[in-house]
Design a protein around this ligand. Structure first.
Ligand code: NAD
Length: 374
């Protein structure tokens, strides 16, 4: 495999630009074996496309994603479009013989996710799904502590993602607020992959779920002087059970668009009889660890900047969203080149399908007001 990887983006909106940002500072990665660069961008909107003109390596700007897929100057395609278009475009990427970094939720529903995962397998292409927060140093340490079994008997796990911009009822509706474009699973599709990535990677797969789903605002301004119906679930709490060392352990997954005071908070908390660990992006360099001794104490450690892939940034500096996004891309490119070397990898197609199985069971639980076995 060449040590140069050329990336094309389909969907140059919020996340497409974040990818351009990450790839544009690839040189900060130290001793990284592969050079990645952005060569092509597709978006339906001219204004979105024009923004990418500032990036010298971009040679193709197009409104037709088939043109991008036909380009010999693209090896990997990142797709960040509304959820109703995931399946068609992801399948076309694979048919064109390109590798894929898909955005979550990896299809609008379980059926779409299974079709994409099947195509990924039969095509032999390298396919992963986006979920960047686990690449922060605090999340990595929480994962390692849990993996090393240092917590004694695990008592409970709490993993989630909160934001609050939807508290404002005057915020205009967009495609993420409507079932036809976001999917029946609503906020679970928006935020759920972030919540399940670490627990799933630890092998903690829910066997049963009881879901509490809420629709809070049923309409919002449509941006044209009228009102638009908003029919997706806004907040979701999934009370689940997983098996750890032969015992059933409760895991609560929380995904909320209306969580007072939270701007974009990813968190995980794992408690055991001998120890515990918690990390939240509210304190981006801080790890809390619990130890049971003669006295029981929570200890606070400043972790600094250390992500799985070293960069030029000083070890005492604080990491943020663009940093974990770059680390996730480094993990994708390294794994594709066979150079992940035991480090934490991006969400696999199997994990993405499993997340949809959980979310579909959650919809059933909400409908029947009962727990559902997976
Ligand atoms: N990983 C994360 O943290 C994160 C955060 C937000 C969104 N997302 C995901 O990213 C995806 C996109 O979300 P977003 O917030 O960037 O949306 P967005 O609305 O900001 O951008 C989507 C872009 O896709 C373009 N588009 C739509 N149809 C297209 C087509 N057929 N061909 C080419 N371009 C097309 C639109 O013009 C728009 O510019 C979704 O799957 C979403 O769940 C991920």
């Amino acid at each position: 495999m060449s040590n140069r990887t050329r990336i094309g983006i389909i969907g140059g909106g919020l996340m497409g630009r974040e990818v351009a940002s990450a790839l544009s500072r690839w040189f900060v990665l130290e001793n990284f074996p592969v050079h990645a660069e952005l060569t092509a961008v597709c978006d339906l909107a001219e204004k979105q496309r024009e923004w990418f003109r500032r990036i010298p390596s971009v040679k193709l700007l197009t409104a037709d994603y088939h043109e991008l897929l036909a380009s010999p100057d693209v090896d990997v395609v990142y797709v960040a479009v509304p959820h109703n278009m995931h399946e068609t475009i992801y399948l076309d990427v694979l048919k064109a013989g390109k590798d894929l970094l898909a955005e979550k939720p990896f299809g609008i529903d379980l059926k779409a996710a299974r079709a994409i995962a099947d195509a990924a397998k039969s095509s032999g292409r390298f396919v992963r799904c986006s979920s960047e927060f686990p690449f922060l140093p605090g999340a990595q340490r929480a994962y390692q502590i849990a993996r090393e079994g240092k917590l004694g008997k695990v008592l409970e796990i709490h993993s989630g993602f909160h934001h609050s911009s939807d508290l404002d009822p005057t915020k205009p509706a967009n495609w993420k607020r409507q079932v036809k474009t976001c999917g029946e699973i609503g906020v679970m599709g928006d935020l759920g992959m972030h919540a399940v990535h670490v627990p799933f990677r630890l092998g903690w797969n829910p066997k049963r779920v009881y879901a509490q789903l809420q629709k809070i605002y049923h309409e919002r301004p449509d941006g044209k002087g009228g009102m638009a119906a908003c029919d997706t679930w806004d907040n979701a709490m999934l009370h689940t059970e997983v098996e750890i060392d032969g015992s059933e352990v409760p895991v609560r997954f929380e995904m909320k668009r209306l969580a007072p005071s939270e701007t974009n908070t990813w968190f995980i908390e794992i408690l055991g009889t001998d120890g515990g660990v918690k990390f939240s992006t509210k304190e981006p360099k801080t790890l809390w660890t619990f130890q049971r001794g003669k006295e029981q104490l929570w200890q606070k450690t400043d972790l600094g900047f250390n992500g799985p892939f070293p960069t030029i940034t000083g070890g005492i500096f604080e990491p943020g969203f663009p940093d974990c996004f770059l680390q996730m891309w480094a993990a994708y490119i390294a794994e594709r080149a066979g150079k992940l070397d035991g480090r934490f990898g991006c969400v696999t197609p199997e994990e993405a399908v499993r997340s949809h199985e959980l979310f579909e069971a959650a919809l059933k639980s909400q409908e029947t007001k009962s727990s559902v076995t997976l």
